[in-house]
Design a protein around this ligand. Structure first.
Ligand SMILES: [Zn+2]
Length: 290
């Protein structure tokens, strides 16, 4: 299947038309954060592979943020993966590079039935998937072979947790998952993420690579975010240099907020600790085993 260049010739979007046997388009996105290089590397490999693959459904390959990718920066003006909020369902481009890019790719995302959004880190990190906790999302997340699957609870939705690309696809009736593929310095990592992305395409019915479903899948730990830490003072400091999935025991000190101590209510995992701490803004989330 030759890629069809008809998708408005928008930079960084490659559209492969399916043969009509499935009406559930799949979108694979990478490098929405421009310094997360692995997504783009996987897209480049997929572009070659899909050219000679019989596709049942339409497939879109989307380079998330081409300008930030060129500059090897997380973003140019603003974090693009916080721009898919509820009020963005009718997307009108703002002034920033990222707002314009969101407007460009929104039509693809709203049409996609499945989204795999590939992220990675430059620092060592545990691979995980972030997605909604229902069975359909979890089944897709499990294919990624991660140690943790992190989900928000239905009754706790701070803005940060509803403004990413996967949320946008979910709100349009699809299934989106965010794949944090971990630390990527090696070519091997690209191979591994590529293989899992092919499994995703196969499981979603886009095509059949003849890949066996993984046996003895390592059971992912399911975590639910139940709270966040928001500094009330301008002198909040973490008790230690937390990284995501560090554990704290019930009663253990998470940080000092002015003259107040912030302690864990129960045995918990620290999720997404920020390096830039600001008064009134989320410093980290806390999650427990689902
Ligand atoms: Zn990212």
């Amino acid at each position: 299947m030759k890629p069809d260049q008809s998708f408005g010739n928008v930079e960084g979007i490659t559209y492969f038309p399916g043969n009509g046997q499935s009406d559930k388009p799949v979108c694979i996105m990478g490098s929405i954060h421009g310094d997360e290089r692995i997504g783009a590397a996987v897209l480049e490999e997929l572009r070659k592979i899909l050219t000679t693959t019989d596709l049942r459904s339409d497939v879109y390959l989307v380079l998330g943020n081409p300008e930030a990718y060129r500059e090897n920066k997380r973003y140019i003006d603003t974090d693009m993966n916080r721009l898919f909020g509820v009020n963005r369902d009718v997307v009108s481009p703002g002034d920033t590079v990222e707002e314009k890019r969101v407007a460009e790719i929104a039509p693809v995302l709203s049409e996609s039935h499945y989204l795999l959004d590939i992220h990675s880190t430059i620092k060592q990190s545990v691979p995980f998937v972030y997605c909604e906790p229902d069975a359909a999302h979890i089944a897709l997340a499990t294919l990624m072979g991660v140690e943790y699957i992190v989900s928000p609870p239905p009754d706790f939705r701070p803005a940060d947790l509803v403004t990413s690309a996967d949320n946008f696809v979910d709100r349009h009736g699809g299934l989106g998952i965010t794949f944090e593929s971990g630390w990527h310095k090696s070519e091997l990592a690209v191979e591994d993420v590529l293989m899992r992305t092919k499994l995703f395409l196969q499981r979603t019915g886009a095509c059949d690579f003849g890949l066996p479903e993984p046996e003895n899948v390592q059971e992912s730990k399911r975590l639910t975010i139940y709270n966040h830490v928001v500094p009330q003072s301008n002198s909040f400091i973490f008790a230690r240099d937390f990284k995501s999935f560090d554990m704290v025991k019930a009663g253990e000190l998470i940080g000092n907020d002015g003259d107040k101590e912030v302690r864990a209510e129960e045995d918990s995992f620290i999720i997404f600790p920020k390096t830039k701490i600001e008064q009134g803004k989320i410093a980290c989330y806390v999650a427990h085993v689902s």
